[in-house]
Ligand binder design. Structure first.
Ligand code: SF4
Length: 264
Protein backbone atom coordinates (compact mmCIF):
# COMPACT_ATOMS: atom_id res chain seq x y z
CA UNK A 1 0.00 0.00 0.00
CA UNK A 2 1.14 3.58 -0.72
CA UNK A 3 1.55 6.43 1.72
CA UNK A 4 3.44 9.71 2.06
CA UNK A 5 6.25 10.23 4.53
CA UNK A 6 8.82 12.97 4.88
CA UNK A 7 11.54 11.23 6.86
CA UNK A 8 12.71 8.08 8.59
CA UNK A 9 15.01 8.56 11.56
CA UNK A 10 17.18 5.65 12.65
CA UNK A 11 18.61 5.28 16.16
CA UNK A 12 15.99 7.60 17.67
CA UNK A 13 16.29 7.83 21.46
CA UNK A 14 13.42 10.13 22.46
CA UNK A 15 10.39 8.61 20.78
CA UNK A 16 9.68 5.77 23.18
CA UNK A 17 11.77 3.15 25.00
CA UNK A 18 15.14 1.92 23.73
CA UNK A 19 16.63 2.48 20.32
CA UNK A 20 13.93 3.10 17.75
CA UNK A 21 13.24 3.81 14.14
CA UNK A 22 10.86 6.76 13.82
CA UNK A 23 8.81 7.08 10.67
CA UNK A 24 7.41 10.57 10.05
CA UNK A 25 4.16 10.51 8.07
CA UNK A 26 3.27 13.66 6.21
CA UNK A 27 0.16 15.73 6.90
CA UNK A 28 -1.23 17.31 10.06
CA UNK A 29 -4.65 18.84 10.82
CA UNK A 30 -3.03 21.30 13.25
CA UNK A 31 -0.59 24.16 12.80
CA UNK A 32 1.00 24.67 16.23
CA UNK A 33 2.88 27.92 16.64
CA UNK A 34 5.90 26.01 18.03
CA UNK A 35 5.91 23.22 15.43
CA UNK A 36 9.46 21.89 14.91
CA UNK A 37 8.54 20.19 11.69
CA UNK A 38 6.44 22.69 9.74
CA UNK A 39 7.36 20.82 6.57
CA UNK A 40 5.23 17.96 7.89
CA UNK A 41 1.96 19.85 7.93
CA UNK A 42 0.80 19.76 4.31
CA UNK A 43 -0.43 16.30 3.36
CA UNK A 44 1.22 16.11 -0.07
CA UNK A 45 4.86 16.30 -1.17
CA UNK A 46 5.83 19.94 -1.74
CA UNK A 47 8.45 21.37 -4.08
CA UNK A 48 11.02 23.43 -2.22
CA UNK A 49 14.23 25.30 -2.92
CA UNK A 50 17.20 25.98 -0.69
CA UNK A 51 19.26 29.01 -1.65
CA UNK A 52 22.88 29.25 -0.50
CA UNK A 53 25.39 32.01 -1.19
CA UNK A 54 28.83 30.74 -2.10
CA UNK A 55 31.66 32.95 -3.39
CA UNK A 56 29.14 35.76 -3.74
CA UNK A 57 27.09 33.66 -6.10
CA UNK A 58 23.63 32.41 -5.29
CA UNK A 59 23.00 28.68 -5.69
CA UNK A 60 19.54 27.20 -5.67
CA UNK A 61 19.00 23.55 -4.87
CA UNK A 62 15.54 22.26 -5.64
CA UNK A 63 14.06 19.33 -3.82
CA UNK A 64 10.75 17.96 -2.60
CA UNK A 65 9.56 17.85 1.00
CA UNK A 66 8.04 14.42 1.50
CA UNK A 67 7.69 11.51 -0.88
CA UNK A 68 5.38 8.69 -1.86
CA UNK A 69 6.44 5.29 -0.63
CA UNK A 70 5.00 1.88 0.19
CA UNK A 71 4.59 -0.17 3.34
CA UNK A 72 7.08 -2.65 1.87
CA UNK A 73 9.74 0.00 1.33
CA UNK A 74 9.30 1.41 4.83
CA UNK A 75 9.44 -2.08 6.36
CA UNK A 76 12.70 -2.73 4.54
CA UNK A 77 14.28 0.21 6.39
CA UNK A 78 12.71 -0.82 9.69
CA UNK A 79 13.86 -4.42 9.39
CA UNK A 80 17.49 -3.39 8.93
CA UNK A 81 17.59 -2.09 12.52
CA UNK A 82 15.87 -5.08 14.15
CA UNK A 83 18.94 -6.14 16.09
CA UNK A 84 18.99 -2.79 17.89
CA UNK A 85 15.35 -3.09 18.93
CA UNK A 86 16.06 -6.50 20.47
CA UNK A 87 19.17 -5.39 22.31
CA UNK A 88 17.81 -2.10 23.66
CA UNK A 89 14.15 -2.88 24.30
CA UNK A 90 13.34 -0.48 21.49
CA UNK A 91 11.09 -0.65 18.46
CA UNK A 92 9.34 1.51 15.92
CA UNK A 93 7.54 4.83 16.39
CA UNK A 94 5.15 6.42 13.94
CA UNK A 95 5.08 10.17 14.18
CA UNK A 96 4.39 13.13 11.93
CA UNK A 97 2.79 15.39 11.15
CA UNK A 98 -0.12 13.43 12.47
CA UNK A 99 0.17 9.74 11.60
CA UNK A 100 -3.59 9.21 11.93
CA UNK A 101 -4.04 11.42 8.85
CA UNK A 102 -3.13 8.32 6.82
CA UNK A 103 -5.10 5.71 8.75
CA UNK A 104 -4.85 2.73 6.39
CA UNK A 105 -1.16 3.22 5.68
CA UNK A 106 -0.45 3.57 9.40
CA UNK A 107 -2.51 0.53 10.27
CA UNK A 108 -0.73 -1.64 7.72
CA UNK A 109 2.68 -0.50 8.94
CA UNK A 110 1.73 -1.20 12.55
CA UNK A 111 0.36 -4.61 11.61
CA UNK A 112 3.57 -5.47 9.76
CA UNK A 113 5.67 -4.39 12.74
CA UNK A 114 3.64 -6.58 15.07
CA UNK A 115 3.96 -9.49 12.61
CA UNK A 116 7.74 -9.03 12.91
CA UNK A 117 7.57 -8.86 16.71
CA UNK A 118 8.55 -5.19 17.05
CA UNK A 119 7.39 -2.90 19.84
CA UNK A 120 5.24 -0.13 18.34
CA UNK A 121 4.47 3.43 19.40
CA UNK A 122 2.18 6.04 17.85
CA UNK A 123 3.04 9.67 18.53
CA UNK A 124 -0.22 11.56 18.07
CA UNK A 125 -1.89 14.91 18.62
CA UNK A 126 -5.13 13.00 19.15
CA UNK A 127 -6.85 15.28 16.65
CA UNK A 128 -8.52 12.62 14.51
CA UNK A 129 -11.84 10.78 14.32
CA UNK A 130 -12.08 8.24 17.18
CA UNK A 131 -12.50 5.36 14.74
CA UNK A 132 -8.94 5.88 13.48
CA UNK A 133 -7.50 5.52 16.96
CA UNK A 134 -9.70 2.53 17.64
CA UNK A 135 -8.50 0.76 14.52
CA UNK A 136 -4.81 1.03 15.39
CA UNK A 137 -5.32 0.12 19.08
CA UNK A 138 -4.70 -3.61 18.67
CA UNK A 139 -1.33 -3.03 16.99
CA UNK A 140 -0.01 -0.21 19.19
CA UNK A 141 1.99 -0.97 22.34
CA UNK A 142 2.41 2.65 23.39
CA UNK A 143 0.67 5.93 22.66
CA UNK A 144 2.67 9.15 23.00
CA UNK A 145 -0.26 11.54 23.30
CA UNK A 146 0.23 15.30 23.09
CA UNK A 147 -1.58 17.69 25.39
CA UNK A 148 -0.75 21.15 24.18
CA UNK A 149 -3.18 23.31 26.13
CA UNK A 150 -5.97 22.85 28.66
CA UNK A 151 -8.19 25.70 27.45
CA UNK A 152 -10.24 25.10 24.32
CA UNK A 153 -10.14 28.71 23.13
CA UNK A 154 -6.38 29.01 23.59
CA UNK A 155 -5.85 25.59 22.07
CA UNK A 156 -7.74 26.73 19.02
CA UNK A 157 -5.66 29.92 18.86
CA UNK A 158 -2.24 28.28 19.20
CA UNK A 159 -2.83 25.06 17.26
CA UNK A 160 -5.76 25.77 14.95
CA UNK A 161 -7.71 22.79 16.31
CA UNK A 162 -10.28 21.96 18.95
CA UNK A 163 -9.19 20.59 22.31
CA UNK A 164 -12.56 18.94 22.80
CA UNK A 165 -11.96 16.25 20.17
CA UNK A 166 -8.50 15.55 21.62
CA UNK A 167 -9.83 15.17 25.17
CA UNK A 168 -12.77 13.03 24.08
CA UNK A 169 -10.40 10.71 22.26
CA UNK A 170 -7.98 10.63 25.18
CA UNK A 171 -10.74 9.77 27.60
CA UNK A 172 -11.91 6.86 25.42
CA UNK A 173 -8.36 5.72 24.79
CA UNK A 174 -7.55 5.68 28.51
CA UNK A 175 -10.43 3.26 29.06
CA UNK A 176 -9.13 0.84 26.46
CA UNK A 177 -5.34 1.09 26.56
CA UNK A 178 -3.01 0.87 29.53
CA UNK A 179 0.15 2.36 28.05
CA UNK A 180 -0.28 6.06 27.34
CA UNK A 181 2.33 8.75 27.94
CA UNK A 182 1.13 12.35 28.00
CA UNK A 183 3.52 14.73 26.27
CA UNK A 184 3.27 18.42 27.05
CA UNK A 185 5.31 20.79 24.87
CA UNK A 186 6.11 23.50 27.41
CA UNK A 187 6.07 26.91 25.72
CA UNK A 188 6.96 30.05 27.73
CA UNK A 189 4.04 32.41 28.22
CA UNK A 190 1.64 30.06 26.47
CA UNK A 191 1.16 27.06 28.76
CA UNK A 192 3.78 27.23 31.53
CA UNK A 193 2.16 29.17 34.38
CA UNK A 194 1.28 27.69 37.77
CA UNK A 195 -2.38 27.77 36.76
CA UNK A 196 -1.54 25.96 33.51
CA UNK A 197 0.23 23.17 35.40
CA UNK A 198 -2.72 22.79 37.78
CA UNK A 199 -5.12 22.60 34.85
CA UNK A 200 -3.02 19.99 33.00
CA UNK A 201 -2.69 17.90 36.17
CA UNK A 202 -6.45 18.04 36.74
CA UNK A 203 -7.14 16.74 33.23
CA UNK A 204 -4.62 13.91 33.46
CA UNK A 205 -5.62 12.90 36.98
CA UNK A 206 -9.24 12.79 35.86
CA UNK A 207 -8.35 10.13 33.30
CA UNK A 208 -7.47 7.74 36.10
CA UNK A 209 -5.03 5.29 34.56
CA UNK A 210 -2.33 7.54 33.10
CA UNK A 211 0.86 7.72 35.16
CA UNK A 212 3.56 9.05 32.83
CA UNK A 213 4.11 12.65 31.77
CA UNK A 214 6.82 13.91 29.44
CA UNK A 215 7.64 17.60 29.49
CA UNK A 216 9.12 18.78 26.20
CA UNK A 217 11.06 22.05 26.52
CA UNK A 218 10.40 24.67 23.85
CA UNK A 219 13.26 25.29 21.47
CA UNK A 220 13.44 27.44 18.39
CA UNK A 221 15.82 25.27 16.39
CA UNK A 222 13.26 25.10 13.57
CA UNK A 223 13.56 28.84 12.89
CA UNK A 224 15.69 28.23 9.84
CA UNK A 225 13.03 25.92 8.41
CA UNK A 226 10.37 28.62 8.59
CA UNK A 227 12.74 31.05 6.94
CA UNK A 228 13.93 28.62 4.31
CA UNK A 229 10.45 27.59 3.28
CA UNK A 230 8.86 31.03 3.53
CA UNK A 231 6.50 30.05 6.35
CA UNK A 232 5.38 32.43 9.07
CA UNK A 233 7.08 31.81 12.42
CA UNK A 234 4.92 33.34 15.15
CA UNK A 235 7.35 32.64 18.00
CA UNK A 236 10.54 34.31 16.86
CA UNK A 237 11.15 36.15 20.14
CA UNK A 238 10.98 33.24 22.56
CA UNK A 239 14.08 31.88 24.25
CA UNK A 240 14.85 28.19 24.35
CA UNK A 241 14.07 26.30 27.52
CA UNK A 242 16.53 23.80 28.92
CA UNK A 243 16.16 20.87 31.26
CA UNK A 244 16.81 22.95 34.39
CA UNK A 245 14.04 25.36 33.44
CA UNK A 246 11.57 22.50 33.65
CA UNK A 247 12.71 21.03 36.97
CA UNK A 248 10.07 22.94 39.00
CA UNK A 249 7.35 21.70 36.64
CA UNK A 250 8.74 18.17 36.88
CA UNK A 251 8.64 18.39 40.68
CA UNK A 252 5.07 19.66 40.49
CA UNK A 253 3.86 16.70 38.42
CA UNK A 254 5.93 14.23 40.45
CA UNK A 255 4.25 15.52 43.63
CA UNK A 256 0.92 14.70 41.98
CA UNK A 257 2.08 11.09 41.64
CA UNK A 258 3.23 11.04 38.00
CA UNK A 259 6.45 9.59 36.62
CA UNK A 260 7.97 12.58 34.88
CA UNK A 261 10.56 12.75 32.13
CA UNK A 262 11.95 15.97 30.76
CA UNK A 263 12.53 15.79 27.06
CA UNK A 264 10.66 12.58 26.20
S1 SF4 B 1 0.62 18.46 15.94
FE1 SF4 B 1 2.85 18.24 15.78
S2 SF4 B 1 3.27 18.15 13.58
FE2 SF4 B 1 1.21 18.97 13.83
S3 SF4 B 1 1.49 21.16 13.78
FE3 SF4 B 1 1.49 20.53 15.93
S4 SF4 B 1 3.64 20.22 16.44
FE4 SF4 B 1 3.52 20.29 14.19
Amino acid sequence: MEGIIYDIKRFALHDGPGIRTTVFLKGCPLACWWCHNPESQLPAPEPSAVVTILDEASHERRHTLGYHTTTGAVMEVIDKEAVFYDESGGGVTFSGGEPLMQPEFLKQLLQSCKDHGYHTAVDTSGHAPWQRLEEVLPFTDLFLYDLKHHDDELHQKYTGGSLRLILDNLSRLAQKHTNIVIRIPVVPGINDSAADKEAFAKIITGLGSIRQVHLLPFHNMAQHKYKRWGMENKLTNLNNLNKNDLLPAADFFAAKGFEVTIGG
